[in-house]
Design a binder for this molecule. Structure first.
Ligand SMILES: *[C@@H]1O[C@H](CO)[C@@H](O)[C@H](O)[C@H]1NC(C)=O
Ligand SMILES: *[C@@H]1O[C@H](CO)[C@@H](O)[C@H](O)[C@H]1NC(C)=O
Ligand SMILES: *[C@@H]1O[C@H](CO)[C@@H](O)[C@H](O)[C@H]1NC(C)=O
Ligand SMILES: *[C@@H]1O[C@H](CO)[C@@H](O)[C@H](O)[C@H]1NC(C)=O
Length: 200
């Protein structure tokens, strides 16, 4: 009599257990397949980091008078894409020169495409025209000017898309910073190359 009641319950439990086991097996198989696909894609694509270096920098028409600045900066960013299968679209690229965290000059570069295994040089001319400086910034800049060189940071911001074969990624923002860039104010045109960092 008691058996009559428990038998259907155990059968139901077993059926339930089987269902859970089948679902778990399917999920596991799916995870393994997805994992394998990602691994194979990674092995085929072998993504490598993009490398950016500030190759040259100079400043002309530098004039610092009455808390105002005139200057024309030229910077050359070397962009190296070491990947053999990944290429990049730069939808635009903004260049900013900052001195003590104050933006002194800004420019936008036209979109360009960088093929795989490619070195591209991005040239930017940035003009500070009668830019008002805070008194402390003006004072520091005047002291650096008399030493013949000034230290600025150069920032790049771009919206990029990656391309692998015919697949294109979503847009993402790429930020590059070239810190502590020394530009000479004199005729002396030597420039020390600066490795730039990709900001997360
Ligand atoms: C860097 O730029 C300055 C000014 O434009 C130029 O005179 C100089 O030859 C350049 N140096 C290199 C190594 O390209
Ligand atoms: C700098 O600008 C001021 C004001 O415009 C001008 O009087 C002065 O001659 C300029 N100096 C140089 C070296 O160009
Ligand atoms: C910057 O250049 C503008 C236009 O040439 C001029 O009016 C201004 O006085 C200059 N300012 C400085 C600080 O040289
Ligand atoms: C990199 O790509 C640019 C744009 O397609 C091209 O002009 C340049 O010659 C390429 N450079 C190298 C080293 O392949």
């Amino acid at each position: 009599m008691a058996n009559g009641n428990t038998a259907p319950a155990t059968q139901q439990q077993r059926r339930h257990f089987n269902l859970v086991r089948n679902v778990a097996t399917c999920l596991l198989a799916l995870f393994v397949l997805v994992g394998l696909a990602v691994l194979i894609a990674w092995l085929v694509i072998r993504p490598k980091r993009f490398v950016y270096t500030l190759e040259n920098g100079s400043v002309q028409n530098f004039n610092l008078t009455d808390n105002h600045l005139n200057a024309t900066f030229d910077f050359v960013l070397k962009a190296y894409n070491p990947n053999s299968r990944v290429s990049l679209y730069y939808d635009y690229m903004e260049t900013t020169v900052t001195y003590e965290a104050q933006t002194v000059a800004f420019n936008t570069i036209d979109p360009f495409f960088q093929p795989h295994r490619n070195v591209s040089r991005v040239e930017a001319k940035l003009v500070a025209l009668n830019l008002a400086l805070s008194p402390s910034t003006f004072k520091d800049l005047r002291i650096e000017k008399s030493s013949g060189e000034i230290e600025v940071d150069v920032h790049y911001k771009s919206r990029i898309r990656l391309k692998v074969g015919i697949w294109k990624s979503n847009h993402r923002i790429l930020r590059i910073v070239c810190p502590s860039v020394i530009v000479h104010l004199s005729w002396y045109r030597h420039f020390d190359k600066i490795p730039c960092e990709i900001e997360p």
